[in-house]
Design a binder for this molecule. Structure first.
Ligand code: AMO
Length: 438
């Protein structure tokens, strides 16, 4: 018999079917055994009646056994119907049980009601906690976020390329970088595809990538990982950094719309409310933002100021988002474009959402002579970035771009408290799968 997915059982009322999946819950009531089964499509309740040939086997089953079940799909009596629940109106009368794999007793209760683990235990048992619908909902939303990013960039005629992870020089500054032994030479794990997206832009004009980036982040915070999925874009022939701002805003809007329509079930299950993006996202210079906060002029916003600024903007405008642009030129990497009217400040920008930085970007220096001046002033070794410089030596248009972290985006969209909840296999100062012992 061909396998029927659990979500399709409702179309097979009165028929004999074969399902395959895991035992989700087992309730032994002596004469009868109730078993909930789970596959990739959903759950169904099964029952082994007193005279069933499957009774002996049913007594052997425990949670997470992998099974193939034959049974009849019956309509539930009116009084037992559960409205609004998948298969709430049917029940599988079990006639055959084939055990495909046994499971040891679980180290913790994984049933929907019993699943209230602290994050450390959840991470300690990632292989098991991934089977829970809460975690599956989070990562389904993340998959839609990444898909929608790709979809939007392609709709705007951006070309997808694969950026390297092993690089000869750091793009974003020295401290937070992993050095690797590359045979008997030194190399780095890429902090950002920044220099590569700029190079590819000089050939394809509009480019994007979905890549892993690595940051040797020395502190364990709720928003920093050492391995991040970065959604990067770069575009040629801009008139100003505002073109980049507008493109990134349209991209976020598309992602939010897609999550809203494609993940309605997951959002409801996680009790998540999408952040509000109003028609025109409020946009302030760093100087204006600090003034608004009553803070002295500074090089950047600290996390507390980011949180406070977002709260103020939310109260004033209803927007959960705010762009901040115009950072002190020397505080940002060498490639960021200084404002020609006030070169002390640059045309870099950040997008904050619900108190956390979500995206960075802006206009880049495209004039080769100016770029070489920056290379010197920022103390970069031109030999290490010779490929990047070649692209600009031979004609690069005015350009800019942006990057999101997929985990931060997932965290803020779902209102999660810790970025580790939004990363399937988080790496940080203390953890690579398990806790690091030294
Ligand atoms: P930036 O360093 O701000 O910019 O990174 C861009 C976005 O990546 C995410 N992110 C992180 N998420 C979790 N943990 C981390 N340690 C971490 N580091 C970064 C954030 C952040 O907004 N090259 C520029 C982008 C550009 O200008 O196009 C860059 O890398 O969501």
């Amino acid at each position: 018999m061909e396998r029927t997915l659990i979500a399709n059982l409702g179309q097979k009322i009165g028929e004999e079917v074969l399902i395959k999946g895991w035992v989700d819950v087992r309730r032994d009531q002596g004469k009868m055994v109730f078993l909930d089964f789970r596959d990739r499509s959903g759950k169904v309740q099964g029952v082994v009646l007193p005279n069933s040939p499957a009774m002996d086997r049913a007594k052997e089953l425990r949670t997470e056994f992998v099974v193939a079940i034959t049974g009849n799909v019956n309509k539930r009596p009116e009084k037992n119907i559960k409205e609004g629940v998948l298969n709430g109106d049917i029940e599988l009368e079990i006639i055959g049980i084939d055990i495909l794999a046994e499971a040891e007793t679980l180290p913790f209760d994984m049933s929907a009601d019993g699943f209230n683990l602290d994050l450390v235990t959840e991470l300690e048992h990632r292989a098991l906690s991934l089977r829970h619908p809460k975690l599956q909902a989070i990562f389904k939303v993340q998959a839609v976020i990444i898909d929608s990013f790709r979809e939007f960039m392609k709709s705007q005629d951006f070309f997808e390329f694969q950026a390297p992870s092993i690089v000869p020089a750091t793009a974003e500054g020295g401290a937070e970088v992993f050095k690797i032994e590359y045979f008997d030479k030194k190399a780095y794990l890429s902090q950002s595809p920044q220099l590569y997206k700029q190079v590819v832009m000089t050939a394809f004009e509009r480019v994007f990538s979905v890549n892993k980036i690595f940051r040797a982040e020395p502190s364990a915070t709720t928003r920093h990982l050492t391995e991040v999925v970065s959604l990067d874009a770069e575009m040629a022939f801009i008139d100003s950094w505002r073109d980049v701002r507008d493109m990134s805003e349209a991209c976020v809007r598309h992602i939010l719309e897609q999550v809203k329509t494609k993940c309605a079930k997951e959002l409801a299950f996680l009790e998540a409310e999408l952040p509000v993006m109003i028609e025109e996202t409020p946009t302030l210079s760093l100087t204006e933002a600090l003034k608004k906060l009553g803070a002295p002029a500074d090089k950047d916003l600290n996390p507390e100021q980011e949180r406070k600024l977002c709260e103020m903007i939310k109260t004033e405008t209803g927007s959960d988002f705010v762009y901040v642009y115009g950072y002190p030129t020397k505080q940002k990497p060498f490639y960021v474009y200084p404002n020609p009217e006030n070169p002390e400040f640059n045309e870099g920008m950040d997008l904050l959402c619900r108190g956390v930085e979500w995206l960075s970007g802006g206009r880049r220096v495209n004039d080769f002579k100016q770029l070489m001046t920056h290379v010197k002033e920022w103390g970069m070794d031109p030999d290490k970035i010779s490929m990047f410089l070649e692209a600009f030596r031979y004609g690069a248009p005015p350009e800019g771009g942006f990057a999101f972290g997929a985990e931060r985006m997932t965290m803020q969209i779902l209102g999660l408290k810790n970025v580790r909840e939004a990363c399937m296999f988080p790496r940080d100062l203390n953890r690579i799968d398990g806790l690091l012992s030294q």
